[in-house]
Design a protein around this ligand. Structure first.
Ligand SMILES: O=c1[nH]cc([C@@H]2O[C@H](COP(=O)(O)OP(=O)(O)OP(=O)(O)O)[C@@H](O)[C@H]2O)c(=O)[nH]1
Length: 632
């Protein structure tokens, strides 16, 4: 992907985000940057009147935040990071700088100033490259700022106070969060939206491009130190293009000693939207003075090499219910969590640091706490908990994938090696061992619940009066369907052993029509009557003979005009995308993943016409086919 090379330059470096802001962490995590979070202890107390322009204040604060972390890590923790990123967001209105409100009155004061007016949001960013030389910290600072203009509607007193009482303004510059409720106050935004949220990602990437992809040497030599050629876009950069991509020396960059003070005068020049504080990057020279290209970092391959460690860290933290403990009591120190879950302190600290590095946790001086994503997806009862599927991945899929080499050599599933049991015996476990059954149902429920809305709304199903979800397990999709289509009656049809265990998964306190559960075997028993049959995550698991039995039965009971909805991952025609589906195939079930045209052909073969496919962007896509209406 064209954007990768810029951030890819940071892959092999120890990158530290010197910020406690969950938004900044999320913005950078979302683009795949790997970093450690070490919030800065720098107090935002610089004298504002000492700065000629508000953005200079934000840039200087960002720089001091980052320097404090670089120094602390170097001196106290004896770990010199390679790159420290600091940021500071401020709002300016009527020549006043607004930071985070200290209390509700302060929030009121800020928001009423912003009401009905246009204001500016500035984020100052500092990127500090660190080197330890003779135990001495040397730093090279690049900084810049971005301005975005935001206009608020006129805000009534009632609205202002309602918003303030929501609690949202308190940790946000200017007293609002544009990404959440605060977005409702905004009439327009001119400029980078993410800059308002706390981190100007686009400008940051351009700055990295300037740093890591300097222009060819002949250009460099003819230019002055204090102006960096602007890189307007990073679209045409690739790992292969870098002739001298090592960030080795920045002439004119300010060098700081370990106290954080400038040790040499910086040659700075302000540009329209940035004050560039670095000189040019000199390519690496070998002993003979010959220029050599820096080794390219194969970031994708490195990520794949580390992937198993990351997965296992997630699995173990989930299995130990660390995310549950952190949600209930966080922030917690490693020792407290170790006591809660009965693990070693040193092991727990390493695991928690790994989770923070992976962006699953936040680490502050107060301890570790969950990110919003961890609360939503990783706690065992989070709104869209994936806990069940994670445990299934750890306990069932991991042992299978450990035997992938044998699976590929033999072309068959490796239950005997992974679990010491044959396929049939393992299958019995699913229905006879309460523990295995519940683990499996929880895993299915995780995915079904997460994907239910997108599957249910992939097509307009309001014409149907009754639906039957075959193999619908806990009823997660059924419940979503009755919420969206109140006139639809949904039956979940699954094996008796499954139906007997569904009560734990039922949503509480819903005022929608109930879902009916009927037990039976869809290969053998009569199917309940319905206008719409649903097969979600069923077809890919079964061999062609079984698929034939099932689709023939459905086709036979489907009246003209009724339909079949299939929810599966739909592969592209080359069958290499999305990777999730292709990787799932490695489990070597007897079934298979199919492309869009294969699903279309399959449904048509059993008398369904007008087959439509919807790629949802979620974990499951949807295919809908109508039983041919024989009468014209
Ligand atoms: O619309 C939004 N505007 C601003 C924010 C958040 O506001 C804060 C700004 O504060 P600051 O730059 O001082 O950063 P801190 O949160 O204190 O973290 P540091 O440790 O980096 O000092 C920032 O979190 C923005 O994300 C917002 O969310 N929406």
């Amino acid at each position: 992907m064209v954007l990768n090379p810029v951030l890819g330059k940071l892959v092999s470096k120890r990158v530290v985000l010197a910020s406690a802001s969950p938004r900044r962490q999320e913005i950078l995590t979302n683009v795949g940057l790997r970093f450690e979070v070490v919030p800065s202890w720098f107090k935002e107390t610089l004298e504002k009147s000492a700065f000629a322009a508000p953005y200079e204040y934000a840039v200087e604060t960002a720089k001091q935040k980052a320097l404090e972390v670089a120094n602390r890590m170097h001196v106290k923790h004896l770990r010199t990071p390679d790159v420290v990123i600091g940021a500071d967001t401020i709002v300016t209105v009527d020549e006043q700088i607004l930071e985070k409100p200290v209390d509700k009155q302060d929030a009121y004061r800020m928001l009423s100033r912003l009401s009905g007016k246009e204001h500016s949001v500035f984020t100052g960013v500092a990127i500090i490259h660190c080197h330890s030389k003779d135990n001495h910290l040397e730093t090279e600072i690049t900084d810049f700022y971005e301005e975005t203009k935001v206009k608020f509607s006129d805000l009534s007193e009632e609205l202002l106070w309602e918003y303030i009482h929501s609690g949202e303004p308190m940790d946000k510059a200017g007293g609002y969060g544009i990404q959440a409720l605060g977005g409702m106050l905004v009439e327009y935004v001119h400029g980078d939206f993410l800059n308002v949220v706390g981190f100007p990602l686009n400008h940051f990437c351009k700055k990295l491009a300037e740093l890591y992809y300097p222009p060819p040497k002949h250009n460099v030599q003819h230019k002055k130190y204090d102006s960096i050629p602007s890189v307007d876009t990073f679209e045409n950069l690739s790992d292969g293009e870098s002739e001298s991509s090592n960030f080795t020396e920045h002439k004119g960059a300010s060098k700081l000693d370990s106290s954080g003070m400038c040790s040499s005068g910086a040659i700075y020049k302000s540009e329209s939207s940035s004050s560039v504080r670095t000189g040019f990057i000199v390519p690496l020279e070998n002993q003979n003075g010959v220029l050599k290209s820096a080794a390219k970092v194969p970031s994708k391959i490195l990520d794949l090499m580390d992937g198993f460690r990351a997965s296992k860290a997630l699995f173990v933290a989930s299995k130990l219910k660390m995310f549950d403990h952190l949600r209930a009591k966080g922030p917690l120190k490693a020792v407290d969590i170790a006591n809660e879950v009965g693990t070693s302190v040193c092991g727990t600290e390493r695991l928690l640091d790994a989770c923070a590095a992976l962006g699953l946790l936040e680490k502050t001086p107060q301890g570790y706490s969950n990110t919003d994503s961890a609360n939503t997806y990783l706690t065992s009862d989070g709104e869209y908990s994936l806990h069940g599927y994670i445990i299934h991945s750890n306990d069932h899929l991991w042992p299978l994938f450990t035997n992938l080499e044998s699976a590929v050599k033999e072309g068959s599933r490796q239950n005997h090696r992974a679990f010491g049991k044959k396929e049939e015996d393992l299958f019995k476990d699913y229905y006879q061992s309460q523990e295995v059954k519940q683990r499996f149902m929880a895993a299915m429920h995780s995915i079904a619940h997460l994907t239910a809305r997108d599957v249910a709304t992939a097509f307009d199903l309001s014409q149907f009066k009754s639906a039957c979800d075959l193999g619908g397990c806990t009823g997660a999709l059924a419940h979503e369907l009755v919420q969206i289509y109140p006139n639809l009656k949904v039956t979940v049809f699954d094996l008796p052993e499954v139906i007997a265990n569904t009560s734990y998964f039922q949503p509480s306190g819903q005022h929608t029509a109930p879902v009916t559960f009927v037990s039976g075997d869809f290969f053998k028993d009569n199917l309940p009557e319905a206008d719409l049959y649903i097969l979600s995550r069923v077809l890919h698991d079964w061999p062609d003979e079984k698929v034939h039995v099932l689709l023939s039965k459905i086709s036979a009971v489907c009246k003209p005009g009724s339909a079949l909805l299939v929810a599966e991952i739909v592969l592209d025609e080359q069958k290499t995308h999305p990777p999730r589906a292709v990787l799932q195939s490695l489990s070597m079930t007897e079934g298979k993943q199919r492309s869009g045209s294969e699903y279309k052909q399959l449904l048509e073969k059993y008398g369904f016409t007008d087959v439509q496919i919807k790629i949802t962007g979620n974990l499951l896509d949807a295919v809908l086919g109508f039983k041919e209406n024989l009468s014209p």
